[in-house]
Design a protein around this ligand. Structure first.
Ligand code: AP5
Length: 197
């Protein structure tokens, strides 16, 4: 199995690049942000609970998102690999993901981080907020709060994967296609290394 984490701050292009990666490599896309927005749109109790956190730029509690990922892994037992987008975002989520994957006799193959300056991120998110209707994109104060949460709670998760020698950073500014090419090179280098191991 090939299991990839696309890592990076809000607006770094995780969703944009994920669509291209899953199309090319046939991985199952697991985006906790998309899953939570679906719960909100269909007005489930989980969605109502999640909305109160998302609208404030805070993280949804670990047990909620870990439970969602567990369910998705069970529903896709025959997948040839997964692309995790927006997960894990805390140390507890990273530990839980390792456990869930090891129960399935697999593990994370690679973590690719997209690096983008904060100025560019704010510009992208405010622009998207004009048309997407995402409640967490319209207010600059909420966007700044999401960056603070990323710095304090999510950035340290990178160390977990650096220690395992699974982590690479890629410049997330430039054309979408150029960034995708750089991601593909990294994925294919890791796939070759897995085959030769
Ligand atoms: P989530 O949906 O994961 O949002 P995020 O991480 O804040 O990321 P975004 O979707 O905003 O950005 P992205 O990196 O996917 O970039 P995109 O491709 O869209 O999470 C939302 C909320 O849900 C969280 O705040 C939290 O409350 C909750 N949540 C989610 N997961 C959770 C978890 N694991 N634990 C707890 N809570 C969780 O691109 C952004 C914009 O830029 C787009 O308009 C795009 O067109 C544009 N763009 C992309 N690439 C480029 C480029 N190269 N040049 C110019 N523009 C570009």
């Amino acid at each position: 199995m090939f299991n990839l984490i696309l890592f990076g701050p809000p607006g770094s292009g995780k969703g944009t690049q994920s669509d291209k990666i899953v199309e090319k490599y046939g991985l199952v896309h697991l985006s906790t942000g998309n899953l939570l927005r679906h719960e909100i749109a269909t007005k489930t109790p989980l969605g109502l609970e999640a909305k109160s956190f998302i609208d404030k730029g805070q993280l949804v509690p670990d047990e909620v998102v870990i439970g969602m990922i567990d369910t998705c892994l069970q529903q896709n037992a025959d997948a040839k690999g997964f692309l995790f987008d927006g997960f894990p975002r805390t140390a507890a989520q990273a530990v839980a993901l390792d456990k869930l994957l090891s129960l399935r006799k697999t593990s994370i193959s690679k973590v690719i981080a997209l690096e983008v300056t904060e100025e560019e991120l704010v510009k992208r998110l405010l622009k998207r907020g004009e048309t997407s209707g995402r409640s967490d994109d319209t207010d600059e104060a909420i966007i700044r709060k999401r960056f603070a949460v990323y710095k304090n709670e999510t950035e340290p998760v990178a160390d977990h994967y650096k220690k395992l020698d699974k982590f690479v950073s890629i410049k997330g500014e430039g054309t979408i296609d150029d960034i995708f090419q750089a991601i593909c090179q990294s994925i294919e280098a890791e796939m070759t290394a897995q085959q030769e191991a």
